[in-house]
Design a protein around this ligand. Structure first.
Ligand code: PEP
Ligand code: MN
Length: 274
């Protein structure tokens, strides 16, 4: 790998692994932290039912997009700014932290008021102007790997955030596009130990977008724990068949509970606490 000078993201400049701490929840430092929730927030019943069930199963953060970058302009685009009310409700009714995707710098002001973690999605990993702006805020950021980026490109995108002043960056491997079409993406599990060699930043895995198939979420999650990931971001929906997006890869709450039970018993083998 051709290292540039003055990079903050590489391990040489910061031998200690970074721990991102957010109100009692941490990414890195021996924790295996699970984020779970719907692909998209739809209504308060869906959001609260999901939040309660994933909290009970052991998730620490509720995921949920209110802005959805979709392949087709005719697909559900998200509930928009009104979705902040759902996130507020989750903060009132549970002890979960909340995260959502940011698409534009103009959304920063109101999202940072309510959200504990901002997510930069795969399609925006190399939207450098967005990275420069989001990097100026102090809210922790999940940066998802672009589906066609190399690890170096991924790390240099994280470098934009660090360089802008935000050191609380969590990397997320979510699969890359290959010739294989049986799975939605090819989950690059070796990216996890490879990134651990290269960077001090914590790394989580998205087994939902990484596989695109509900049946593969559990094996992908087991594998993520085994290769040293610091956590997961998993799609869960109370009624996946009715979901407005990504129902096919979303777990039913009972399947998520099973996944958590299994991961909790396996975690000590890999020196992780859930
Ligand atoms: C998501 O996590 O909601 C999402 C859209 O995933 P990605 O950006 O990885 O495609
Ligand atoms: Mn999704």
């Amino acid at each position: 790998m051709n290292r540039l000078e003055h990079t903050r993201v590489y391990k040489e400049t910061n031998q200690e692994s970074s721990i991102v701490r957010i109100n009692g929840v941490q990414f890195g430092g021996g924790s295996f932290t699970v984020i779970a929730g719907p692909c998209a927030l739809e209504n308060s019943e869906q959001v609260l039912a999901t939040a309660r069930s994933v909290e009970k199963a052991g998730a620490k953060v509720l995921r949920g997009s209110i802005y959805k970058p979709r392949t087709s302009p005719y697909s559900f685009q998200g509930v928009g700014r009104q979705g902040l009310e759902f996130l507020k409700l989750v903060k009132c009714e549970t002890n979960l932290l909340v995260e959502t995707e940011i698409l534009l710098p103009s959304q920063l002001e109101f999202l940072t008021e309510y959200v504990d973690i901002l997510r930069i999605g795969s399609r925006n990993m190399d939207n450098f102007e967005l990275l420069k702006e989001v990097g100026k805020c102090s809210v922790p950021i999940i940066l998802k790997r672009n589906m066609s980026s190399t690890l170096e490109e991924f790390l240099l995108a994280a470098e934009y955030l660090l360089n802008a002043g935000n050191e609380n960056v969590i990397l997320c491997e979510r699969g890359i596009r290959t010739f294989e079409t049986y799975t939605r993406n090819t989950l690059d599990l070796m990216a996890v130990p490879a990134l651990k060699e290269l960077t001090h930043l914590p790394i989580i895995v998205d087994p939902s977008h990484g596989t695109g198939k509900r049946s593969l979420v559990l094996p992908a999650s087991r594998a993520a724990l085994a290769v040293g990931a610091d956590g997961l971001i998993v799609e869960v929906h109370p009624n996946p068949d009715q979901a407005k997006s990504d129902g096919i890869q979303s777990l039913h709450p009972s399947e998520f509970a099973t996944l958590m039970t299994e991961l909790k018993s396996a975690a000590p083998i890999y020196h992780k606490t859930i």
